[in-house]
Design a protein around this ligand. Structure first.
Ligand code: PRP
Ligand code: URA
Length: 233
C-alpha cells in the first residue's frame, strides 16, 4: 500500500469539504473507508505518475465492486469441513456485466473483474464535446444477453452527468433492469442529473466534490482521468 508520505494534497485543502445537498441521496453510497480515502488522496495529486494512477484506479475499483455487489443473492449450501458438515452460503449464480464508459472507465474493469471473474464486459464509447460538454456516442458493444444481466457501469468521473445519463439511457433501451453506476469522484450536479434522469440507478462514489469549473471539470477533482490513465497529455 502507498505510504502517507506519497500524499501531496495539503490537509486543509478543499478535498474534505462536502457540499450541501439539495435532496437526500438514498440512492448514493459514498465509500468512506479509510483505505479508499487514503488511495483517493494519492490519486488526486498532480504528482502521481500514470502508472501509479492506473494502479490506484484498479485498487479503488475493487472496493467499489465490493460495495456494488453487496446485495448479490445467496443460496444455502452444505459443505463438509474436515470436522463436520457446515451450513454455508453461495452466490446464486447471478449474471453480472461490467460496462466501462470509454476511455477512462477501462481503468476500472480489471479491479471489478477480480471480484466477479465470471462477469461479461460490454463497452460504451463516449466523449464530451469540449465546447458544449455534451456526450458524443461513438461505440457500443454489449454482451448479447445484456438485458438479463445486472450491470455495473464504471467511469471514474461523474461531472455534468451527461455521459453517465446517456449510457444509462442506452442500457435501459437494451432492456437492462438493474444498473449500478460506480464512479470515483462525483460533482453534486452530476449525481443530481443521473438520479433525476433514471428512477432506479444507484450511484457509488468515493467523494462528492464541490462542483465544476468553467470547462466542466470537477473541482478539486483529479483532472482528466482518461489522459492520466493513458498518459495522453
Ligand atoms: C470523461 C469521464 C466521463 C466524462 C464525465 O470522459 O471519463 O466519461 O468525462 O463528464 P460528464 O459527466 O460531464 O459527462 P471524456 O469525455 O474526457 O473522455 P475520455 O474518457 O475518452 O478521456
Ligand atoms: N472528465 C474528467 O476526466 N475529469 C473531470 O473533472 C471532468 C470530466
Amino acid at each position: 500500500m502507498p505510504s502517507s508520505q506519497d500524499i501531496r494534497c495539503t490537509p486543509n485543502s478543499t478535498i474534505e469539504k462536502v457540499p450541501k445537498m439539495t435532496q437526500a441521496y438514498d440512492r448514493v453510497t459514498v465509500l468512506d473507508h479509510p483505505l479508499v480515502q487514503h488511495k483517493l488522496s494519492i490519486l488526486r495529486s498532480s504528482e502521481t505518475s500514470s502508472k501509479k494512477f492506473r494502479d490506484l484506479i484498479k485498487e479503488i475499483a475493487i472496493f467499489e465492486g465490493y460495495e456494488a455487489t453487496r446485495d448479490l443473492p445467496l443460496v444455502d449450501i452444505e459443505v463438509q469441513t474436515p470436522i463436520a458438515r457446515a451450513a454455508c452460503k453461495s452466490i446464486k449464480g447471478k449474471k453480472v456485466a461490467i460496462v466501462p464508459i470509454l476511455r477512462a472507465g477501462l481503468g476500472m474493469v480489471e479491479g471489478m473483474l477480480e471480484l466477479t471473474p465470471a462477469a461479461r464486459v460490454g463497452h460504451l464509447g463516449m466523449y464530451r464535446n469540449e465546447e458544449t460538454h455534451e456526450p458524443v456516442e461513438y461505440y457500443a458493444k454489449l454482451p448479447e444477453d445484456i438485458a438479463e444481466r445486472d450491470v455495473i457501469l464504471v467511469d471514474p468521473m461523474l461531472a455534468t452527468g451527461g455521459s453517465a445519463t446517456a449510457a444509462i439511457a442506452y442500457l435501459r433501451k437494451q432492456g437492462v433492469k438493474s444498473i449500478k453506476l460506480a464512479v470515483i469522484v462525483a460533482a453534486p450536479i452530476g449525481i443530481e442529473t443521473v438520479l433525476a434522469a433514471d428512477q432506479k440507478v444507484h450511484v457509488y462514489t468515493c467523494a462528492i466534490d464541490e462542483g465544476l469549473n468553467d470547462d466542466a471539470y470537477i473541482v478539486p477533482g483529479l483532472g482528466d482521468a482518461g489522459d492520466r490513465i493513458f498518459g495522453t497529455k
